[in-house]
Design a protein around this ligand. Structure first.
Ligand code: DGL
Length: 330
């Protein structure tokens, strides 16, 4: 008989730790109240998959997660992974910003051990809750050798997603997570099955290490619409180091906003032309002359993850060309 993997399960709050008054409260409930031990208590059969150790790190909704929370989660997971008696980690997390935390870990952890971030769309108290099955699947994925060396994963609705690609695309349905190029695989009855692997650099192949990261630079997102005023852009520019411009369509910039974004560059703020559509490519020097304006382009990343990427990139360089290569590499 092969030995069971040792998996640490870290609680941070979210719907997976939530509780409603009645079973039909699938959307109205209190988040972040159940201890990770209590959630694990609902899936006793998970002990057949792995030897489990639980840790309650935080107890709050992921909409509250600042850069400091990301650092705290990352450093805590990294410490766990460094131990010889830990083979992988599962992080129970709110779903709202699960993609951001997962991507941050994907880019900064220095380990090949599996890390799975998991949440649920319905609390354990609700009818048709996905909390138990998602956590069970996440443990199955973290415990399985086929999950090693492929970066941080997000597991939900029987799917395994790469942290790079996944985004929350629905506010209440169980089928809320999607990756533009599809999931990496499925989980069925405690068995992960992979059909593809991430092609972009992650974990050991990145230039960031969670161990050496301290204060993170400020990067903000501006969401574009036709009536957006230049003053709103300038107000953000005045207090940030990087600005992700979530433009319409393929990163279009309204004519009356071009000067405000050019002025931002003049003030030393890095401007990234992105798209608010949720998928697709923003082509450099396509809709706008990015080289001439000193703007960066996002490639295919969504604005919330472009923020994570630029935040990390700015810890190491201010050079425009180097920053652009970051968007093409990760
Ligand atoms: N408070 C939200 C969060 O923690 C709940 C959303 C969820 O977990 O599904 O992100």
């Amino acid at each position: 008989m092969t030995e069971k993997a040792n998996i640490v399960v870290i609680g941070t709050g979210g719907t997976i730790a939530g509780q409603g008054k009645a079973a039909n409260n699938t959307s109205a409930y209190v988040c972040s109240v159940l201890h990770i031990d209590d959630i694990l208590g609902t899936i006793p059969h998970a002990s057949a998959l792995a030897s489990l150790r639980a840790q309650q790190l935080l107890q709050t909704g992921s909409e509250n997660f600042s850069n400091e929370h990301l650092l705290e989660i990352g450093k805590s997971v990294s410490r766990m992974l460094a131990r010889d008696d830990v083979d992988g980690a599962v992080i129970a997390h709110g779903t709202d910003t699960i993609e951001e935390t997962a991507y941050f870990l994907h880019l900064t952890l220095k380990s090949t051990k599996p890390v799975v971030v998991v949440g649920s769309m319905r609390p354990p108290s609700a009818m048709s809750s996905d909390a138990a099955v998602n956590l069970y699947d996440a443990i199955a994925v973290a415990a399985h050798p086929s999950s090693r060396g492929i970066g941080t994963l997000v597991v939900a609705n029987n799917e395994i997603h790469s942290a790079r690609d996944v985004m929350k695309g629905n506010s209440f349905k169980i089928e809320a997570f999607r990756s533009p190029y599809g999931p990496l695989g499925y989980v069925i009855e405690g068995q992960p099955r992979y059909y593809r692997h991430p092609s972009r650099a992650h974990t050991l192949a990145t230039s960031w290490s969670i161990e050496t990261l301290a204060l993170l630079p400020r990067v903000d997102i501006v969401y574009a619409y036709g009536a957006l005023e230049p003053e709103a852009v300038s107000a953000v520019v005045a207090r940030t180091q990087g600005l992700i411009y979530a433009g319409t369509g393929n990163g279009n910039v309204a004519a009356h906003l071009i000067q405000a974004l050019r002025d931002a560059v003049g003030r030393g703020v890095h401007v990234v032309r992105a798209s608010r559509t949720g998928s697709g490519i923003v082509l450099r020097n396509g809709a706008q002359p990015d080289d001439a304006y000193g703007w960066l382009t996002v490639e295919d990343q969504i604005p919330s993850k472009a923020r994570i990427l630029l935040t990390l990139a700015l810890t190491q360089t201010d050079d425009l060309q180097t920053l652009q290569t970051v968007f093409e590499r990760y």
